[in-house]
Every structure is written in C-alpha cells, then in structure tokens.
Design a binder for this molecule. Structure first.
Ligand SMILES: Nc1nc2c(ncn2[C@@H]2O[C@H](COP(=O)(O)OP(=O)(O)O)[C@@H](O)[C@H]2O)c(=O)[nH]1
Ligand SMILES: Nc1ncnc2c1ncn2[C@@H]1O[C@H](COP(=O)(O)OP(=O)(O)O)[C@@H](O)[C@H]1O
Length: 196
C-alpha cells in the first residue's frame, strides 16, 4: 500500500515558478531514466511545444471537477488562475512497484502530500534572488505579463514557506543544484562528474 512507503520513494519538488524545477527535473530524468515523473492534470492552456499526456494532461474545468469528485486526484490546488492535480492511480501503481516517484507540484499540493504521506521526501528549490527569478520568468517568454505578475506574487508566499520542507536547494549554479538533488535522492552515490 502507498501508506507503507519507504522513506524516499515518493519525492516532492516544489519551488516558485521560474526557479528552474522543470529544467532540473528533465536533467534528472535523463540521468536516471528509472525515476517516474508523475504527469499532472491541468486546466491551463498548453504552451507552444507542450504535448498532452507528456507535459500535462490538459483538461477542461468540468473534467477537473469530475476528477476531484471521483477522488481520482492524490492532491490538487489552484495556482495562478488554473487548477493542477496529481492523478492518483498511476502514482499508487508505481509506488507499489517500488519505483521512485517524483511529483513536481506547488506549495498547497506539497502540504496535502505531507498530510497524507508524511514519509514522502520534500525538496524546495530556491532562486538566488527575487530579481534573478523575475529575469528567468521573463526570459522564458511563456506567459503574459499578467501571468508573470501572478506567479511573482505567489513566489513570495511560497518562498516564505521553504522552511516547511526537508531540504532546501538554491538553484544558482545549475550543475551544482542538480548534484545536490542527486545526493538527496541517492545518498550512496559518489559525487558525479557532470562533464560531458
Ligand atoms: N498542486 C499541484 N501543483 C502542480 C501540479 N502540477 C504542476 N504544479 C505546479 O503548478 C505551478 C504552475 O505550473 P506551470 O503552469 O507548468 O508553470 P511553471 O512552473 O511556471 O512552468 C508550478 O508550481 C508547478 O509545480 C500538480 O499536479 N499539483
Ligand atoms: N541555474 C540556472 N541558471 C540560469 N537559468 C536557469 C537555471 N535553471 C533554470 N534556468 C532557466 O530559467 C527558466 C525557468 O526554468 P523552468 O525550468 O521553466 O522553471 P520552473 O519549472 O520552476 O517554472 C528557464 O528558461 C531555464 O532555462
């Protein structure tokens, strides 16, 4: 059962929008293809290049409400005007198989996971500064100025909650942040060389 998780089997990664979670997670999966990254449900529109079923399951608000009512989400939250949630069945199945499961989710969802699965390991990714966070969000050019403002306002609240997490990692130098995440997930591994 998922309640009988061993420590570290369910890993939550949280941090403000634009801090680099997605980029870090993609690199982590390339280096550890045996990790299962949960694909979330969302009501937000796909960005150019995003693929339904790979980046997210893009659903209507009606469908999302039905999933909540049918208790098919392990956790869910509203973020910057849209709904996001973790499909229950696939995560439970992978955890039962002994797979290391990663959830890349925002603060409210991470709190729900802490309440339901206290054994889960929870990591918080911090930016080097607010100005660098804003620069990364603007340079990504994926959101409207209004959406960027909503994300930055939310970022301040999320960062204030970082102490609730088991581990805090500052994503300044990308390779070092990635190595720190690996040392948390795989404490037995020697320091990995990230040179090509
Ligand atoms: N609670 C919860 N948050 C999620 C889920 N999937 C993604 N998120 C979070 O929702 C926020 C917005 O995600 P997204 O729209 O992809 O924007 P981005 O983080 O700026 O790339 C981020 O903090 C994600 O970590 C989920 O299933 N549940
Ligand atoms: N350590 C870093 N230094 C500089 N830029 C970074 C770093 N990590 C990520 N980025 C860049 O910041 C932007 C936001 O990263 P992204 O992974 O989309 O963030 P998130 O998933 O947390 O919203 C991207 O353009 C990414 O290339």
């Amino acid at each position: 059962m998922i309640q009988a998780l061993e420590t570290g089997k369910l890993v939550v990664i949280t941090g403000p929008s634009g801090v680099g979670k997605g980029t870090l997670v993609r690199s982590l999966l390339k280096r550890h293809p045996d990790i299962y990254l949960s694909v979330s449900m969302t009501t937000r529109s796909p960005r150019p290049g995003e693929v339904d079923g790979t980046d997210y399951f893009f659903v209507t608000p009606e469908k999302f409400q039905n999933l909540i009512a049918a208790e098919q989400l392990l956790e869910w939250a509203q973020f910057a005007g849209n709904y996001y949630g973790t499909p229950r069945a696939s995560v439970e199945e992978k955890v039962k198989q002994g797979t290391l499961v990663l959830l890349e989710i925002e603060l409210e969802g991470a709190r729900q996971i802490r309440a339901s699965f206290p054994q889960a390991m929870r990591l918080f990714i911090l930016p080097p500064s607010m100005s660098e966070l804003e620069r990364r969000l603007r340079d990504r050019q994926s959101e409207s100025p209004e959406a960027i403002t909503r994300r930055l306002n939310r970022a301040t609240i999320e960062i204030e909650a970082a102490d609730e997490f088991d581990v805090k990692i500052v994503n300044d130098d990308f390779d070092r942040a990635l190595a720190e995440i690996e040392s948390v997930l795989f404490p037995g591994l020697p320091e990995l060389s990230l040179q090509p």
